[in-house]
Design a protein around this ligand. Structure first.
Ligand code: IPE
Ligand code: IPE
Ligand code: MG
Length: 261
């Protein structure tokens, strides 16, 4: 996506001392950046607040991350909002999250219009409360003609469930005579994932210091660069996004080869 330099310079006026805008190569911005937004609970607990206040505070960080991603010219920003394992949490927290997803999307939809952002969901939406699913489906419908960045929200997403679903789809296509076993290749599998049509993430950012994937995008992250920050998600700002991009641009990506000399 084309980067509007003037907008970018205005947006990043006054950087903190450790962020050097000149170090960023605008020709090597990743196309797809993915976020594991973790640490909302710890952020709240460290302030003596109930966990859900952390989720509410996290919405502000997410809004800023979307705006920043548009300014930087990503084609795709994907974010992990609720995993297939997060149903294990207390019902009260799950219900609050489901309601927060719906109210936030309704409130933030104007931003998707202003920035020409297209919404996409990763995960099984059928298991969501009806109200949340209805709002999500309306968001999909209303933004489907948008041609700017894709914002992919992973809700009730688990990579193992996604891969199992893809295996089932392949098997039923073979059983129906629509696919030859010999035609099952990496592309055929990738086409049956929720991320179908999206490039793989080049950069994965996880907040709150945990060094694990927590069942996120196991297939798609095969050669993704990881960036982990100790900051909790509600403290993640546009400057942290720039720090991550800087770190990414300093990596030597070899893809199994011998890399750059
Ligand atoms: C991430 O923050 C948000 C979701 C998983 C929905 P957490 O709620 O996992 O916060 P911590 O990890 O408990 O601090
Ligand atoms: C990963 O965070 C899921 C999301 C951010 C939505 P978790 O907080 O659920 O991960 P674990 O339990 O620490 O691995
Ligand atoms: Mg967590």
């Amino acid at each position: 996506m084309r980067i509007d330099n003037d907008k970018l310079i205005a947006y990043y006026a006054d950087p903190p001392q450790d962020v050097c805008l000149e170090d960023i190569d605008l020709n090597r911005i990743p196309r797809h950046v993915s976020l594991i937004m973790d640490g909302n609970g710890r952020w709240a607990e460290s302030r003596g607040l109930p966990r859900h206040k952390g989720h509410v505070a996290g919405v502000d960080s997410l809004r800023e991350a979307v705006t920043t991603s548009v300014r930087l010219g990503f084609d795709v920003l994907s974010v992990y909002a609720f995993s297939t394992e997060n149903w294990k949490r207390p019902a009260r927290e799950v219900n609050l999250l489901m309601r927060l997803f719906a109210t936030t999307l309704v409130k933030e939809l104007p931003l998707f219009f202003q920035e020409n952002v297209r919404l996409k969901f990763l995960g099984d939406l059928d298991a969501l409360p009806t109200e949340t699913r209805n709002v999500f489906e309306e968001g999909l419908r209303k933004t489907e003609s948008h041609t700017g960045m894709v914002f992919a929200l992973a809700v009730n997403y688990g990579a193992r469930a996604e891969l199992t679903r893809a295996a089932r789809m392949l098997a039923s296509d073979v059983a129906a005579g629509n696919l030859n076993v010999d035609d099952i290749d990496e592309g055929a599998l990738a086409n049956r994932l929720y991320t179908q049509g999206l490039p793989d993430p080049e950069l994965l950012i996880r907040t709150s210091g945990e060094m694990r994937l927590s069942n996120y995008l196991l297939w798609q992250l095969a050669y993704t660069e990881f960036y982990v920050t100790q900051k909790h998600w509600p403290d993640f700002s546009k400057w942290d996004m720039l720090r991550a991009i800087c770190a990414f641009q300093g990596r030597n990506r070899r893809f199994g080869g011998v890399g750059e000399s």
